[in-house]
Write a protein that binds this ligand. Structure first.
Ligand code: BGC
Length: 562
């Protein structure tokens, strides 16, 4: 967008002009890696907040190694090894996370996005300490449940925060950093377990530090993130506007964009945010005049989410994407890779290493290109390519499995081919739905219901994760190769659904998402928007104009110098 156009935008008497004339390429700068490097503060803040994603991945990954450690098995016979409670010690964390994602919505609205992450870190820390110090099953279970609550909150709060501070051209890449952190957490916890199991030896003499240490080390990133919530991460400017702290919002936004407060781009963006927030607040006020307390308002917002067609469509999309992300079978592979690799005939000491270790490395490495492509090529194409290759992988694995089920030992190369397609699957998951499932819910909802909607969507992720953990071992033993055809079906559904129904959100400012979902049409809403525009127009009369020479003028009508 030319400077002249930006100037016109901010001086314009119509807020509509502001929202409709944003040409992001030149206004905000490039997307992808180049954009992130240029906006070093967005890169820094997103990476810092992504410590939450690291905790998420680490927590998911750490338990599998711990469960098979000798000292752990000896102390918790019902949980370690083949104990009857093993499945539950894994899944109780996911149930906690399901609850955590839901309860974070009111916290993120009342306390702020950043402080809700701080509360999450406290829950996570309590859970980690209980697990690291566990002396009996109940301590272990309670620790995993409380830690899970923190994790669920983090998995909702961090992408919500990142999505709200990033400019539209970097939103996808910035949220992708959290997926990169999740994958790194999974990988690092695996190698850490692998290393610490040697403390005292892997047999009889194994020290309890072998498993207590990986549990305990989580407190380091959790404490760092907790401290950062107070001293590093700023408030989300959108949340500040939502709670009426508009001046602060402007200051934060100008810091985030590294531009003066009265720079046209900052002014245009704050106008957009204000217009969106006031519109949401006014809608609730006019539609539900009796809703006075925060609880009553929240109730109406949840109700709107399911009764308003354009909102329920978005809610469905966000939830279905979370569901499909899990039903691609990624966690079936992450949790049960060693078992799968064994069942396709690859045995020996290096199996576990190859299975989990290589899967983990590919998962991290393949997330990196996503940072560069989601805001350039768009969400749809990346999702479709990923879904297509994931389904191809499942199909080939299932077919090889069906053919060689009883003769893997004589067809070692078929086993390796199947393994290669497991890796290929993970590769394609990592850059596509692995990342994009987190981006979508952060960006498609209006501010008024964003936290509520995200809570619901992310809780669907966790409950689906829980179901996958439960059904995969049963499917692997009963349906064998059918398990992969099952996941093949879901990856194909993902492909077709994206192809036919999913709108592209790349580069669309959050406040303009209504365009894609057919929301807020009709006379009543147009009138409401008109009133807000009037209000903002009056306020913007006092906005001093920024000129390229560096001088500022209070007079909106003066010509800008070139
Ligand atoms: C999923 C997790 C999964 C991870 C693998 C995330 O996006 O939500 O369930 O374990 O990706 O990297």
């Amino acid at each position: 967008m030319s400077d002249e156009k930006i100037d016109r935008m901010i001086r314009s008497s119509s807020v509509d002009d502001i929202s409709s004339s944003v040409d992001l390429d030149s206004a905000y700068g490039p997307s992808g890696f180049r954009g992130l490097l240029k906006s070093s503060n967005i890169l820094f803040y997103s990476l810092f907040a992504s410590l939450g994603g690291f905790l998420f991945g680490y927590d998911q990954g750490v338990i599998s190694g711990v469960l098979v450690m000798h000292d752990f098995e000896a102390r918790f016979p019902r949980v370690g090894g083949n104990g009857d409670l093993q499945g539950w010690v894994v899944s109780i964390m996911q149930l906690g996370a399901f609850v955590g994602a839901l309860i974070n919505s009111p916290l993120a609205d009342r306390l702020s996005r950043r402080y809700s992450i701080a509360v999450a870190c406290v829950a996570f820390l309590i859970g980690s300490v209980l697990q690291a110090a566990a002396v009996d099953n109940s301590m272990l279970f309670i620790g995993r449940f409380i830690g899970g609550i923190g994790l669920g909150q983090i998995s909702m709060g961090v992408p919500l925060w990142i999505g709200e501070v990033a400019p539209p051209n970097l939103r996808g890449s910035a949220v992708t950093l959290q997926q990169f952190a999740i994958a790194s957490g999974i990988m690092i916890s695996f190698w850490l377990d692998y290393g610490t199991q040697y403390i005292g030896g892997i047999g009889e003499g194994q020290s309890q530090a072998a498993w207590r240490l990986p549990f305990a080390l989580r407190v380091v990133p959790a404490l760092t993130l907790l401290t950062g919530c107070f001293f590093v991460l700023p408030f989300s400017p959108r949340w500040l506007v939502k709670v009426g702290r508009e001046h602060e919002a402007l200051t934060v936004l100008s810091r985030l964009r590294k531009m003066p407060e009265n720079h046209p781009i900052v002014q245009a963006e704050i106008m957009q945010i204000k217009a969106g927030a006031r519109f949401d607040a006014l809608t609730i006020k006019e539609k539900f005049p009796n809703a006075k307390t925060p609880a009553q308002i929240a109730y109406q917002q949840y109700k709107e989410l399911v009764t308003q067609k354009h909102l329920s469509r978005r809610l469905f999309v966000a939830c279905f994407m979370q569901f499909l992300q899990q039903f691609t079978g990624v966690n079936a592979i992450i949790y049960y890779a060693p078992k799968m690799f064994k069942s396709i005939g690859l045995s020996g000491n290096s199996v576990s290493l190859l299975a989990t270790g290589v899967v983990g490395i590919i998962n991290v490495v393949a997330t990196i290109p996503a940072i560069g492509i989601v805001d350039n090529f768009g969400r749809r194409v990346v999702l479709m390519v990923g879904a297509l290759f994931m389904s191809l992988s499942h199909f080939i694995i299932a077919t090889l499995y069906a053919i060689y089920e009883h003769s893997w030992a004589d067809h070692l190369s078929a086993g390796w081919a199947a393994a290669a397609f497991v890796w290929f699957f993970v590769f394609n998951f990592a850059y596509s739905v692995g990342c994009i499932a987190w981006i979508y819910p952060t960006e498609i909802f209006p501010l008024g219901v964003r936290a509520q909607a995200m809570g619901i969507a992310i809780s669907v992720n966790w409950i689906s994760n829980f179901v996958i953990g439960l059904i995969t071992p049963i499917m692997l033993s009963h349906f064998k190769f059918g398990t992969f055809y099952f996941f093949f079906a879901f990856t194909m559904i993902l492909f077709c659904w994206v192809l036919m129904f999913l709108p592209e959100t790349k580069g669309v400012p959050m406040e303009e998402m209504d365009r894609l979902w057919g929301g807020n049409e009709g006379k009543e809403t147009a009138d409401r928007m008109d009133r807000i525009q009037q209000e903002l127009r009056c306020e913007s009369r006092n906005v001093p104009i920024y000129s390229k020479t560096g001088s500022y003028s209070d007079d909106l009508d003066i010509e800008l110098q070139d």
